[in-house]
Write a new protein. Structure first.
Length: 326
């Protein structure tokens, strides 16, 4: 029987060969772990749609952050559940707000851990939208002032990086100017540059208690059908001073991650969002998939598409699996 000169299986035949020619690699340094900090004491409330993920009071956040750091995951990103919410999300930029106090505790007790903060209003407003409401919609320019105040308050509390997720036009420039004008020109900014209006956010809204009380977020988050718009959004944020650009969600938008990777030489992040996490967990619980294998394959897909960083609720699991040689 005739065979071609090239036989792909020659290299696939040994594990050592497969490792030697592997094109895409994943390490714990690629991971960022999202955490939900809740006002109060003694709180560790599992999110029903996200097994293994919790709303936690600061002392429990610190304990888990120590575990995260010990596993080799270099960074966490913080989301806050405040004591009270109001129309202008005042806890978001309060000196002693939930995130500000969490930052201080983490920097004191886990000093080697990079602390990134999500900058948005939806977790802090009583209406659940990402800014100030005027005439039934979020008012872009008045919201910029609050986002800048929030980011600056995070920096003053000791954050290592801020990450605006609101999708207001011009927010990167507003935040960059606020930081630079107050002595934080060294602080990097990771922009949720390409954030789609997605059905994959459902479990997160339970976790962050941020479901909109009316309407939806389609007037400021992107249409899932659009590809070229993603480049325009990223270009705007890069021109305004973003240091890292993110695509969110991740799995349904691997093509967009690749588009962005081809467009810019800045670091690109992918957010493996709550719905993606929950689907794997549910299928794994039912025995329909090999959960560990699917988790690792998912992470590799982000890296192969071009992501440098992966925000994922699987971060601890992935770091542990990497230590085992998976």
């Amino acid at each position: 029987m005739f065979y071609p000169t090239f036989r792909a299986r020659r290299i696939r035949g040994k594990e050592a060969f497969r490792k030697m020619v592997r094109e895409t690699t994943l390490t714990a340094n690629d991971l960022i772990y999202p955490m939900f900090s809740a006002f109060g004491k003694g709180i560790k409330k599992e999110i029903s749609s996200m097994p293994g993920i919790y709303q936690q009071s600061i002392e429990n956040i610190v304990e888990e952050a120590q575990e995260v750091h010990a596993l080799g995951v270099p960074a966490v990103i913080l989301f806050g559940i405040p004591e009270t919410k109001d129309a202008v999300g005042s806890d978001a930029y309060a000196d002693h707000g939930i995130i500000q106090e969490t930052i201080r505790a983490l920097k004191k007790q886990v000093p080697g851990l990079v602390v990134i903060t999500d900058v948005c209003m939806c977790e802090y407003t009583d209406h659940g939208h990402c800014g100030i409401i005027k005439d039934g919609d979020v008012d872009n320019d008045s919201t910029l002032e609050l986002l800048a105040k929030e980011a600056l308050s995070h920096a003053q509390a000791g954050a290592d990086m801020v990450a605006p997720s609101d999708m207001m036009d011009g927010r990167v420039m507003a935040i960059r100017e606020a930081l630079d004008n107050n002595g934080f020109n060294h602080l990097p900014l990771m922009s949720y540059a390409v954030k789609y209006a997605s059905g994959y956010y459902g479990p997160f809204r339970e976790a962050a208690e941020s479901t909109p009380q009316f309407g939806d977020r389609r007037s400021y988050q992107m249409d899932p059908a659009n590809r070229l718009e993603a480049i325009r959004e990223a270009q705007m944020d890069i021109e305004e001073g973003a240091d890292i650009v993110m695509v969110k969600p991740g799995l349904p938008y691997l093509d967009i991650i690749r588009e962005l990777r081809n467009y810019t030489n800045l670091p690109v992040a992918a957010y493996n969002v709550s719905g993606e996490y929950s689907m794997i967990k549910a299928a794994g619980k039912m025995g329909w998939i090999d959960e560990e294998r699917v988790i690792m394959e998912t992470m590799i897909s982000f890296k192969r598409a071009g992501a440098d960083l992966i925000l994922t609720y699987h971060a601890k699991e992935v770091a542990a699996l990497l230590k085992k040689g998976m």
